[in-house]
Design a protein around this ligand. Sequence first.
Ligand code: ATP
Length: 352
Amino acid sequence: MELRIKAGKGFGGAFNLETDLVVSGDRVGVFGASGSGKSTLASLVAGLAAPDHGEIYLDGDCLYSSHQGINLPPQRRRVAVVFQDACLFPHLSVEANLRYGQKRSPKGGRKVDFSALVSVLKLEGLLERGVNKLSGGEKQRVALGRAILANPRLLLMDEPLSALDDTLKMQVMHYLKRASEKFGIPYLFISHSMLEIRLMTDQVLAMAGGRVTGHTTPEELARERMGQSQVGYINLLQVEKLRRLGGLYVYRWGMEELFVSAGDDREMGLFELSSRDIILFTRHPEAVSARNLLKCTVVDTFPSGNKVGVELRCGHETLIAEVVVQAADDLAIQARTEVYAVIKASSFRRLG
Ligand SMILES: Nc1ncnc2c1ncn2[C@@H]1O[C@H](COP(=O)(O)OP(=O)(O)OP(=O)(O)O)[C@@H](O)[C@H]1O
């Protein structure tokens, strides 16, 4: 998918969106604080609002051009939109909602296979049910299914997960990625959650004050924003369960073993760990109560507000820690320094 937007849209002087961007890729994120203009940008692409001036092209086709007098109506853009609220037809069953999407798929074009999609989104047991009898996560999966069955050129999702609890979010993200990959449907994923952006996209447009202020990888953006974030940088650790030990679980993470209190009996797990929950020592600490002591090498350091971010290599894995500037100076932490990272077993939070 290639999207080119050079457009402006104002709301009576109170807010002004001005963009000039070209983005190509299949999993693109739009990240920004509330009021930065993410939804306005989305509505211009979907055709739900018209720019004051400019042009919008999708895969080389003109969707809007003030200069050429073109403004394709939403149904001709083949951009499917999924919002925070699933917006399903309440009087119809799951299957009828899905079939509605299928009817909107263009004649003669490639069709998304109904059964295959139902299977990817795990909706088999729900087809007969009225949509009012579904959980939030199920509703959102139906909304995504309906959008994908329309076989859009672009799936545009505006905070599609914000109404879901953390467990459902992880599930829906998993299904969504699988469906987009299997049926070859690119997406633009709008969110103010750095975690969602990191899990769902491989490039991201950062927005602030109606402007696109950056175009980078989610990883870079997370590091750049670490200093402003309330929770520091969130390390994502994909682990494999090894055994139970007393009240703890032992997981394999790369070449390391991790002791985690929030474990469970599932074989695989995804845990988050804040950069703030890692303590660095330049000498082996003899007696510590924390269960995890990892020998690491500093790859790099970078400024992060009034702190220093420290990128660590532990075996083949990477961790980001943070220390105050004075501690970095006192311990002479720099690239190639060998350190011990100490982490409490209770600092890991299960994501999936
Ligand atoms: N129809 C409208 N009339 C007037 N102002 C509007 C209109 N739509 C949006 N705005 C304003 O434009 C700005 C950007 O809104 P937008 O919804 O695009 O932000 P956002 O980044 O999507 O925010 P959020 O994350 O809260 O959804 C806000 O200040 C909003 O109040």
